[in-house]
Structure formats: C-alpha cells, structure tokens
Design a protein. Structure first.
Lengths: 331, 95
C-alpha cells in the first residue's frame, strides 16, 4: 500500500505542469507544518532524500552495536554488563524502527541492507573508531549518544510523519543511554588516578570524531538547502554542533576532565564556547572507508548477515509449511 | 438458510496532524470500501479524524491477556532500562 505510481500521465508536458502544481501544494503543506504521510503525494526528490537519510540512520544504529558489543563480555560488573546489554539491544530496536519508517517510502529493508553490505550506503563516521578501553563505553554513552540526541530531538518534528514518530520513540530510549555513559565516566573520575587518566584518554580520542558527527560545516554541506526547505532538517550542522559543545563543556568541567582543545574559549558576549578548527580531512578519509575500523565493521556486518541466512531461510520454510498445512486442512 | 456473517473490521483513526493511527473500535462491512465508508459514518461524526485505516479483524494476531504475566514479567525486573536508574548529580543538570 505504501508504494505508489507517481505519474500515470503519458504526456510529459502535462505531467510537468501537473507536477509543478502538486509540488507547490506539497510545499504549502510543509509550510503549514502538516506532516506528510506515506500515501500522500510527494516530490520524487523528497522521497529519495528521506530514503537515503532514514536508511543511513538505520545502518548507523546497527553498525553502532559493534563498538559497544565489543565490551559486553568484559564489563567490570554485572550491573554494568546488564546495562550495556540493554543499551545495545535498544540500538538494534532503533535500527528496526528506522528501517520500518524507510519502508513506508517504498524501499524494502532487504534492498536497503544489501546496499549497506555492498558498501553503497553510508553509516555514521563515528562507528569506525575503536573502543580500546572500558572508559570508551562511558564516553560513547555520554558524548556519542549525547550528540545523537542533539541531532534527533529536532527530527521528532520532521515533516515526514513515520520518521518523526520513530524519532520520538528513539529519543525516549536514548536518555537512559546518555545517563548510563555519564555515570560510567563519573565513576572513573571519582576512582583512582589511573581510572581518571583512562577517562581522560577516552575523551581525548573521541572528542573530535564526535564533533564531526554533526556533518560538514554549513558552507560545505550539500543537502542543507532542500532538507531545510522541506523541514526534514530544522537546524544546520553548525548550529547543532554549537548547541552540543555548549551543553557538554560544563559536563566535562564537573567531571574534572579537560576537553582536548587548548584553543577552546568562552565568548563572553555570545555565551557560546568557541572551538578550534575541525580536521575535515580526517572526516573525509573516514567516510571514504579509510577510518581505523571501516573494514572491520563491514566485515563483521557481512559475516553476521551471511551467518544469519539459515535462520531467515528456516523461518520462511516453516511459515510456508504451516501455510500449506492449513490450506490442506481447509480443503 | 442462515444469514452469512458480515466480516468484522478494526478501525484506526489519526486524530491529529502527525500522530499515529489509534484503534477506536470495530464495525461490520462486506468489503474494505464499505468498511471505510462505514468507519467514516460511525467514528468520525464529530470531526474526530484526519485519516482512517480499516483492517480485517481476522488479520490481527493478538497476545493472550491471560498470559500477560509470562509475556511482560521480564521487563519488570530490568529497572536499568530506565534513565532514572543512573545517578547523574543535580549540578550537572538535565541529561
């Protein structure tokens, strides 16, 4: 029901005039803060943009399970282990909500997953960094999930209904993730010198990659204009990055940790924390597949997909057997 | 001859812009088109909705309320799934 023939007219000129009228009507709905729903008419480019963004978001949730999953068996206590398991389980659920939202636009989950496994679709650059110590799990919850929340809260008001509703659910669940991360870091900071040093080291390694999560600076971003016009995006990359920095600096101060940016200073007039230049070459390298863990992540996803094939096949075969059996009974 | 049963449909209504469809009740109709029209007549007489879904009741698979203990108990004991389980000092503020 969610796939629709966008155009039935065979006359191209008529179709263009009709499309222009529909596009204007569509934009008027967006401007009036109406939500667009799966069966509504939408420009092909709006659909394409959303499928790209929502599926990338879904892939990120799934790949994001890998760096944290790395520490489940080595969590320092049962309490931490249960929490980390629950968190990774949530991320998997987030992937599911998002794939389902993307499917309302007419692409199947299988298709989207295949694109990811073929290396044709992106996922968040942040998950290509390794989790070397237990402190990384704390910093991921605090900062990576913190940045994700900053990004996702405005998406709860995205113009596309199914995406917005999925984000509301995701945001509710993320709050636990960020708090558990901060609690881990706080515990380390209140611990021995060695534990505090471990927390500082994790912050040093994650800080800059986390700032890159918000995407390229505004003047270099290619998707901002139309996404803003269509109210898929409510704030620019730089605006969200600034909000995140302003929220995070006091949190780091409370922990007694130093943000690894000697040039960072508070602008008294604006009240904003000004950060130094971000190394966008590193970002481009990671996106291009050359981050520290890109190959590992792809290999792990492909392995999991291949090794799970028999489960999907068995479930389909069982459903088919039951269908045949009940058909035979009815006959 | 007994009157054949008219199929039962479940009705879901989106009450406001941006909200999900919510179950509001059921009705009988011989096909989907009539079910949609009947849902309009029965459930949106006072402007309750922007959009209606009708789903054959027979297509719904439901959990057994008698088994709710077994079904939902595992979530009861996992208090660490809630944000309030984690201690974040008040000075740090909302997180």
């Amino acid at each position: 029901m969610y796939t629709q023939a966008l155009n039935t007219s065979s006359d191209t000129e008529d179709r263009n005039i009709e499309d222009a009228a529909r596009a204007a009507q569509f934009q008027a709905r967006i401007d009036a803060e109406e939500r667009i729903e799966p069966n509504d008419w939408m420009p092909a480019a709006y659909r394409k943009t959303l499928v790209r963004q929502i599926s990338q978001h879904a892939h990120s949730e799934i790949v994001g399970m890998l760096p944290e999953g790395n520490w489940i068996t080595r969590a320092p206590t049962l309490r931490r282990k249960a929490a980390l398991l629950a968190k990774v389980q949530d991320e998997c659920g987030h992937g599911l909500y998002l794939y389902a939202a993307a499917e309302t636009l007419g692409s199947s989950r299988e298709e989207l997953v295949d694109q990811m496994l073929a290396g044709k679709a992106k996922y968040s650059s942040i998950f290509n960094y390794p989790t070397l110590t237990w402190a990384d799990i704390g910093v991921i919850g605090w900062l990576v999930d913190g940045a994700a929340i900053m990004n996702q809260i405005p998406l709860c008001r995205c113009s596309y209904g199914p995406y917005a509703r999925a984000m509301i659910r995701v945001c509710k669940e993320e709050s636990f993730h960020q708090r558990q991360g901060y609690e881990i870091v706080l515990t380390l900071c209140r611990g021995t010198e060695e534990q505090k040093a471990m927390a500082q080291d994790a912050l040093n390694r994650w800080w800059w990659p986390v700032l890159m999560m918000f995407g390229p600076p505004d003047q270099a971003s290619q998707h901002n204009d139309t996404s803003t016009k269509w109210k898929i995006k409510r704030f620019s990359n730089d605006e969200l990055r600034q909000k995140f920095v302003d929220a995070t600096v006091p949190q780091a101060q409370y922990l007694g940790l130093a943000i690894p940016d000697p040039g960072m200073k508070l602008n008294q007039a604006s009240g904003h924390w000004e950060y130094s230049a971000i190394d966008w070459d590193e970002f481009k390298q990671v996106l291009a597949g050359n981050g520290p863990c890109n190959r590992d992540r792809m290999a792990a996803r492909r392995k999991a997909h291949d090794e799970g094939a028999w489960v999907r096949e068995a479930a389909a075969a069982y459903a088919e057997k039951r269908r045949q059996r009940s058909a035979a009974q009815a006959a | 001859m007994a009157t054949p049963n008219t199929p039962l449909w479940e009705v879901f209504i989106r009450s406001r812009n941006g909200l999900a469809h919510k179950h509001v009740g059921s009705l009988h109709a011989s096909d989907a088109t009539l079910a949609l029209q009947a849902a309009r007549d029965v459930y949106t007489r006072r402007g309750e909705g922007l959009s209606i879904w009708v789903v054959p009741s027979s297509a719904i698979t439901a959990s057994d309320p008698a088994e709710k203990g077994m079904m939902f108990e595992p979530a009861q004991s996992k208090i660490y799934r809630h944000p309030t389980f984690y201690e974040v000092p008040e000075e740090v503020g909302h997180m």
